[in-house]
Design a protein around this ligand. Structure first.
Ligand code: ADP
Ligand code: ZN
Ligand code: ZN
Length: 748
């Protein structure tokens, strides 16, 4: 006996309808689990997703499903469960979690089909068509092929003016108009056609790599524990992934490989498609709709069994999943900033739990959270402490910029970095210069009156871009011509301070006019494929220097790079965020790891005003454990993750005074609730704020935040949930927007 009712989550973004509704399934409709359907809802027709079936419905007047969108269902039971968990954990509506799993571009196209409804011999219609030649043409056009036609084609042929006649015939029952919904057609693959290379000769794994592979194998066959591979830069983690995947494929299973930003690391995709020709699908935001649709088809049909992609590839609809690999697991891009604000680690672990597969996290600089879980035994830890081929890690020289100033060097390059560049360039070797900030100057001030060029929409100073001559806001994109004289006092004493990647390029040109440099940052990579071209040109040796933001810190493997310069480590270090030190340590270690990967040894120079900072000192000695031990102590003292969960509420409004009132009201309700919870809880909840966000104004909206910390994430959510409800029931919340972030990453 087939189930009679479909449980549908409707595509209506309103918390009040954030639950399943029951619809009767007409027999002729091919409704299956995960189907996109069209249903009547509050007098409209809306799209919805089938998340289950039942024999009974809670109400008697059940409406029917109107249409079922053709195409293969992407969602299966596991993915629907995963969406349910995401909605619950990250406090978002179920429909948002489902849509996050479904690729946006697979949205249905609507089509109206016209067919003859009653016999053409009907005397009425005969009479009508005889009276009206237009109508006769219409009926003939529909009748000609003796099959239903698309309304779109009819109006194209006969003109839009024919619509009243069509409607009249439909109203009298001579024509039937049916609305159907279709997924866009799948086309041939593009991704695999880029000259899929032949299988390369297999490499012989080092003992360390073999050990790592066997630990992963054991996890796959055993308790499916999460494995953390802590492998220093150049230790050969990719080969470990490839071998572990080969093993699960042999067993008929599939695998997902996540990389922070696949468009930034074409090398990774190349290696995987070389190892598993024809079996790799790639998923990332740079694909066209057609390419993405095709990759989904290959995945759902089982043709592609390895999916390589960015964050959202964690939802790839692979069946029989054996392994999920998250490379560079410490990267912040693994947290989604929009709703649902999920972290891919948690989603991966949940998916693994639901389908019994293994998660592998890999990094040279694991996040503190992951390493703590590994030390406590909840993850299995594998350490790869040597580079392949016994290449040593490069020595790191830390240059104290205060001393450079004392010695009269006011330039952006220290004497040591200049000397090393001179030497390397003259030998034909390559250098990478890293600075985590783009633009030319980041601070424009009038020395007469103190005016600072700020974005009128955001609480942030504007950055000067020399090639366009514009000041630009890096948050909202606002631009204005760089002023010749002060907009406030008309003085000519406008000074440009602060350093960005454009300035490095400019200075490098001054010192080394014969050295060709390439720049890799958000400004040079707006064009599709630009990123790949820049890296390829550098790889071919067409330039000797590569200047860039954190884009150059990620996974690049260029043997001719023998010098890495961190022009200012202070940019990241001074971010107003409790993870600033961790980020700094990671970035320096990662970018330093780009040096000396070939036969020639490498060198690293780190310039900073804070040479004593632990994140710099431990990066200098490549001492991850040392950094971890020191930093985890701070986290513990202050009750930050991994010792507590954080729930952050960000309130925004165009009017700051009413916003502050809302923040205070929310705070009041939260404190009441937390006081109650703290009475009988073993662990206490702690509230921080309300206070303005570090970025106080963004896109004309003021921003305030309230943070609650505690051991049990459910308690945090319950307390905040209560407070939010109070705020909306009793407060004046006009113009207010509130966003909740469970386990936030960047709290700017
Ligand atoms: P990681 O990701 O750990 O920084 P990679 O996976 O990029 O390191 O490997 C570093 C380099 O070593 C790459 O050029 C890779 O091709 C090479 N390599 C890895 N494993 C082996 C091996 N077993 N034998 C020879 N070369 C290897
Ligand atoms: Zn001025
Ligand atoms: Zn702005």
């Amino acid at each position: 006996m087939p189930c009679r009712f479909a449980e549908v989550i409707v595509n209506v973004h309103n918390r009040k309808v954030d639950r399943a509704f029951h619809y009767a399934v007409p027999e002729k409709l091919p409704v299956v689990l995960g189907s996109n359907v069209i249903v009547p809802f509050n007098g409209r027709t809306v799209e919805g997703i089938v998340i289950g079936f039942s024999d009974t419905a809670p109400v008697t007047a059940v409406k029917p499903v109107l249409a079922c969108i053709e195409g293969e269902a992407i969602l299966d039971k596991t993915l629907i469960e995963l969406a349910r968990w995401i909605a619950d954990y990250y406090l978002c509506p179920f429909i948002e979690a489902l849509q996050c799993i479904l690729p946006a571009s697979l949205g249905a196209r609507r089509e109206i089909i016209v067919e003859i409804g009653s016999s053409l011999d009907d005397p009425d219609i005969r009479a009508l068509t005889l009276l009206d030649p237009e109508l006769e043409k219409l009926v003939q056009a529909i009748w000609r092929g003796r099959k239903p036609v698309k309304l779109h084609n009819l109006t194209k042929r006969l003109g839009k003016g024919i619509m009243p006649q069509i409607e009249m015939l439909a109203a009298r029952g001579f024509l039937n108009l049916t609305t159907v919904y279709k997924l866009p057609a799948f086309r041939d693959s593009v991704s695999e056609n880029e000259g899929v290379p032949t299988r390369k000769a297999p490499v012989t794994l080092t003992p360390r790599q073999l050990e790592a592979v066997s630990v992963i194998d054991a996890a796959v066959h055993g308790q499916a524990k999460t494995v953390l591979v802590h492998g220093i830069t150049g230790s050969g983690k990719t080969q470990v992934y490839l071998h572990a995947i080969a093993h699960v494929l042999q067993e008929g299973k599939s695998a997902i490989v996540l990389v922070p930003e696949i468009t930034l690391t074409p090398q990774i995709y190349r290696e995987f498609s070389e190892a598993f020709p024809g079996q790799v699908a790639v998923l990332h935001s740079g694909l066209t709709d057609r390419q993405r649709a095709n990759e989904y088809k290959r995945i759902v049909s089982g043709a592609a069994r390895v999916v390589v992609g960015a964050r959202s590839a964690i939802f790839a609809p692979l069946r029989n999943l054996g392994l999920i690999i998250i490379d560079e697991e410490h990267e912040q891009t693994y947290k989604q900033e929009e709703n649902p604000k999920y972290h891919v680690h948690e989603v991966a672990k949940k998916r693994a739990e639901l389908c019994g597969c293994t998660v592998v996290l890999g990094s040279a600089t694991p996040s503190l959270e992951s390493y703590a879980l590994a030390l406590s035994g909840r993850y299995t830890l594998v350490t790869m402490g040597e580079r392949v081929g016994q290449n040593p890690l490069p020595p790191v020289e830390v240059v104290d910029l205060r001393e450079e100033l004392l010695a009269g060097n006011h330039g952006i390059f220290s004497r040591s970095l200049l000397a090393k560049m001179t030497e390397r360039f003259s030998r034909g070797e390559q250098a990478i210069l890293f600075l985590n900030r783009r633009g030319f100057s980041t601070f424009i001030i009038c020395r007469e009156c103190g005016y600072v060029a700020k974005c009128p929409h955001c609480d942030i100073s504007l950055t000067y871009h020399s090639n366009t001559g514009l000041l630009r806001c890096h948050y909202c994109g606002y631009t204005v011509a760089a002023p010749q004289d002060c907009p406030s006092c008309s003085s000519r004493k406008i000074k440009y301070f602060g350093l960005g990647t454009e300035k490095i390029e400019h200075e490098l040109n001054k010192f080394f006019p014969n050295v060709k440099a390439l720049r890799l940052d958000a400004d040079t990579t707006t064009r599709q494929g630009a990123h790949r071209q820049i890296l390829a040109a550098f790889e071919r040796g067409e330039a000797q220097a590569l200047i860039g933001t954190q884009m150059v810190a990620k996974g690049l493997d260029f043997p001719n790079v023998t010098l890495v310069g961190v022009v200012s480590a202070d940019v990241t270090l001074n971010m107003p965020d409790f993870r600033a030190k961790e980020r700094t340590f990671q970035l320096i270690t990662q970018v330093a790891g780009r040096a000396g990967r070939g036969v020639r040894p490498g060198d690293v120079v780190v310039q900073t005003f804070s040479p004593q900072d632990p994140s710099i000192k431990f990066a200098q000695t490549h001492d991850y454990q040392g950094f971890f031990t020191q930093e985890i102590g701070f986290r513990r003292a202050l009750g930050y993750p991994p010792f507590n969960h954080i729930l952050q509420a960000v309130l925004t409004s165009e009017a700051e005074s009413s916003l502050i009132k809302c923040a205070q009201d929310l705070d009041g309700a939260l404190r009441q609730e937390v006081a109650k919870l703290n009475q009988n809880a073993r662990h206490h909840l702690e509230i921080l704020g309300p206070a303005p966000c570090p970025l106080r104004k963004l896109n004309n909206r003021y921003r305030w935040q309230l943070i609650v910390k505690g051991k049990k994430v459910d308690e945090l959510k319950a307390a905040m949930g209560y407070a939010v409800k109070q705020l909306y029931e009793f407060g004046t919340t006009g113009g207010l927007a509130l966003s909740l972030d469970v386990d936030p990453i960047g709290m700017i």
